[in-house]
Structure formats: C-alpha cells, structure tokens
Write a protein that binds this ligand. Structure first.
Ligand code: MG
Ligand code: NI
Length: 456
C-alpha cells in the first residue's frame, strides 16, 4: 500500500486529516474526513457548579465562545427556573449577533474569499489572506473593520471580546450604557454599509458556483422564530431532505429527534436523526428552513440566492453565500437593536435562588450551526451529567461524503496535485468546521491529506 501525504491543509479552525484510498487502477475507492484529537469538556465539567458552566464552556473555543456561553446560560435559566426579563433577553440576542458578525466575517473574507477572488489554482503561498490583502487591499481593510465591530460588540455586551462572561442564570450581569449604545450604533451602521458593498462581491460567486460539488442529500436542522431567521429565540426546526418541515424541538425533547454516534476512524462524533437520516446545520440549513431573514437587505439577498440555487439547497459550496447573507442579516439586526434605546434598560436579570429543575437544555444557533448544551445536576446544583452537541459533529457526515465526492473528481491516477488538494479542502472549508469545538482539540491548525494506494 502506497501512502501519499499532503500537508498542510489550511484555512480551517483546528486540526484534522483527510485519508483517500486509491485502488490499483488509480481510482478513488473511498475517502474520509478524520479528526484525531480529543479533550473532553463533557467529562471534566462533571462536579462543577452548573452556574460556572457559562464561564467554563467558552474556553472550548476561541472562535465561537459566545455561543457556548449563551447555550450554557440558557440551560442554567431552566435549572434555576428563571424567565428572563425583556432587556436581558435582548442583550443575549445582541451578544450572539456580535459572535455571528465576527465569525462570519472572519470566515468569508479571510478563509473562503482567497479561493474565489484569487482562484482555486493560484499558488498556495498567494492563496491566503495576505495574498488577498496584496490583490484587493480595500477588501482586506473592510474585513478587518467589520471583524473589529463584532469583537467590540461582544466586549460591550459580554464583558470581554473573547470568552465573554456576562450571561448568568436568569439574565445578564451588566446593562448597556447609553454612551456605549451610541458608540456601537455608529460602528454598526458603518459595518452594515461595508456588508452591503461586500454583497456585490459575494453575489459575483453565485453564477459560476458548481453546486454539485460535495453535494449530499440530507435533512436540515436550525432555529427559526415562526418561520423567520433567528439565532437565539425560537424553535429548532427539522426539515427533511425534500424540504418539508417534519418536526421541531426546544429543549430536552431534542433526544426524540437526534442521536450521536461514533466511527472508529475519527474522534469527532457524528449525529443523525432518529429516523436514520443524516442532516446538516449551519448557514445552508438555516436558510433552507426560513421563509424570511427578517430584515430588508438580507431578504433581497435571500431572493437572489434562491433564484440561483433554488429553495432546498443541497450543495456544499453555497454555504459560503448563505454565510454571507447571515452576516448581512446580523449587521442589519444589530443596527435595528442598537437604534432602540430600550436596549439600555435595567431589567436585565431575574434573581435566582436554588435548583428548581434537575435538568436544563440550552440550544442556540452558533455561527456553524445548532449548539446544544445539556446538563443534569444534583440537588446542590453540581453537574452530574453533561452532553454537548456542536455543529461540526452534525456536519461531520456531510463533510466526509463531500470529501469523497471531490476526491473522486480531482485525484488522477492516484496522484494529488496542489490545486486538487485545495479543492478537497474547499469542500471542508465551506462548512467552516470548528475542530477545537468539536473535539475540544489542542494542537496545530493544519489538516493532512493522505492518499493510500491499495496494492493488489
Ligand atoms: Mg456530545
Ligand atoms: Ni468553535
């Protein structure tokens, strides 16, 4: 058996590997997306006070800490039996918007755009954010400015730009001052202008995007609020592969619909529907599920997206466009929320006393998809059992099969060229996998691609 290793695979968050098996005729027999690291937050949260979970779990990931913070806080609301007051709820939603703006801008401009703007076959040393800055300095500058707003919003509402800590059982620990609100509103308006200009670039990718690449027929999962796009409030919708909403859940009942499983070649868990169907989460799933984005510019963009790709999009690369539309929607929503001076209200928390329910399940949309935090506590409020389901696990099957599809297209006579390797990476990158979330990994950024040639 001959092994060809391509290293590194770049522009994803975390460490993973691709293995391609080639038969003696040089044809691809199978390919897998493997994640080979494990840290185990689900185990070492056991014994912690549950009110500490919103502060511990953001450490799972430096890219999507707010989502873990909010999912954990939502679970503790249930455990302590607290209904949030209006401003507390709104601040939680605003914090999630900061996360989406920061994470989506990072992915679109810095990780995905080099492929589309510089070309898939550009030399690897140019096909990155620095190459992008040389080619299109104005885009790079805008990318840095919009990310900065996302971080600033997270800091103002969450207390810190990375690993926010202000959400706690029953609400938030600090209100937003009027001075902060007006400062953030100015930044939000500028960010929205940049996002609108960027849509002109993003939609340029609509025309020649091959949606058959990495296509898998799956069901989809994502939060919607009465059919409207939402990331914090609302009900998780289950959509089957033909585009029909077939169920929904908001909390503990998630186990009626989905289950996790493992494969022996990856430490990254998988998830599927209880019906046995595979499903996906994240921007593509959410846009398939909603009827409206809830804001004008994003709704117009959604109409153009559906004109190009249809209503039930099953490809992999359209994730990149869906992600941009969500970025636009998040900017519009941030302007809307910050324009309302009610966001500075003092009704931020319902005081809590003791454990009311022994189990709490917090579900929010993270930039990469539906995030579930499930805690069971003892009567003293110490965690006895913990299950986290992150987006990357739920997209694991689709990434794996997408890699197989692309490998079949680009591996020639058992040989993998540099541009072919990048095309395989592009399928994975479209999902924006968060490997540190998914396995709670410590380690290097690159992923390896390995070709295993089977001998007769
Ligand atoms: Mg789990
Ligand atoms: Ni993450």
């Amino acid at each position: 058996m001959t092994k060809i290793t391509i290293n590194p695979v770049t522009r994803i968050e975390g460490h993973a590997q691709v293995t391609i098996a080639v038969n003696p005729a040089g044809e691809v027999e199978d390919a897998h997306f493997n994640v080979v690291e494990l840290r185990g937050f689900e185990k070492f949260l056991i014994g912690a006070e549950v009110e500490e979970a919103p502060r511990i779990t953001p450490r799972i990931c430096g890219i999507c800490p707010s989502a873990h913070h909010l999912a954990a806080a939502k679970a503790t609301d249930q455990i302590f039996g607290a209904e949030l007051p209006k401003t507390g709820r709104n601040l939680r939603e605003l914090l999630n918007l900061g996360q989406f703006i920061h994470s989506h801008a990072l992915h679109f401009f810095m990780l995905a755009a080099p492929d589309f703007l510089l070309g898939h076959d550009a030399p690897a040393e140019e096909r990155n954010v620095l190459g992008l800055a040389r080619r299109s300095p104005e885009i790079a500058k805008k990318a840095i400015a919009v990310r900065k707003f996302g971080q600033r919003l997270t800091e103002a509402v969450g207390g810190k730009p990375i690993h926010p800590g202000n959400a706690l059982p029953g609400g938030m620990s600090a209100p937003l001052s009027e001075g902060r609100r007006t400062e953030l509103l100015g930044m939000a308006e500028e960010t929205l202008r940049n996002a609108q200009e960027g849509w002109e670039i993003a939609k340029g990718f609509l025309d020649d995007m091959d949606t058959s690449i990495g296509e898998v027929q799956t069901a989809f999962l994502g939060i919607a609020d009465q059919g409207t796009y939402a990331t914090y409030h609302g009900e998780v919708q289950v959509m089957d592969s033909t585009g029909n909403i077939v169920g929904g859940f908001t909390g503990q009942d998630y186990t009626d619909h989905i289950e996790e499983y493992s494969e022996d070649w990856s430490y990254l868990k998988f998830a599927r529907l209880k019906t046995g169907d595979y499903y996906r989460v994240g921007p593509l799933a959410r846009l398939n599920i909603v009827q409206s984005m809830g804001t004008g510019g994003a709704d117009a963009a959604l109409a153009e997206y559906r004109q190009a790709f249809g209503k039930n999009v099953q490809g992999a690369l359209p994730y990149n466009i869906a992600r941009y539309i969500e970025f636009l929607a998040s900017c519009e929503k941030a302007v809307e929320m910050l324009s309302d001076s009610g966001i500075t209200g003092s009704d931020i928390r319902t005081p809590v006393t003791g454990v009311v329910h022994r189990r709490g399940v917090g579900i929010v949309e993270a930039p990469r998809g539906t995030l579930i935090h499930d805690y069971t506590v003892n009567e003293g409020g110490f965690i006895e059992r913990c299950n986290l389901i992150v987006a990357t696990c739920q997209n694991n099957y689709a990434m794996d099969r997408g890699v197989f599809d692309m490998a079949r297209r680009v591996v020639q006579d058992g040989q993998l060229s540099s541009s072919a390797a990048n095309r395989i990476e592009m399928v994975i990158r479209a999902y924006d996998p968060c490997i540190s979330c998914a396995t709670h990994a410590i380690g290097r950024m690159p992923i390896d691609i390995e070709v295993i040639r089977q001998c007769r």
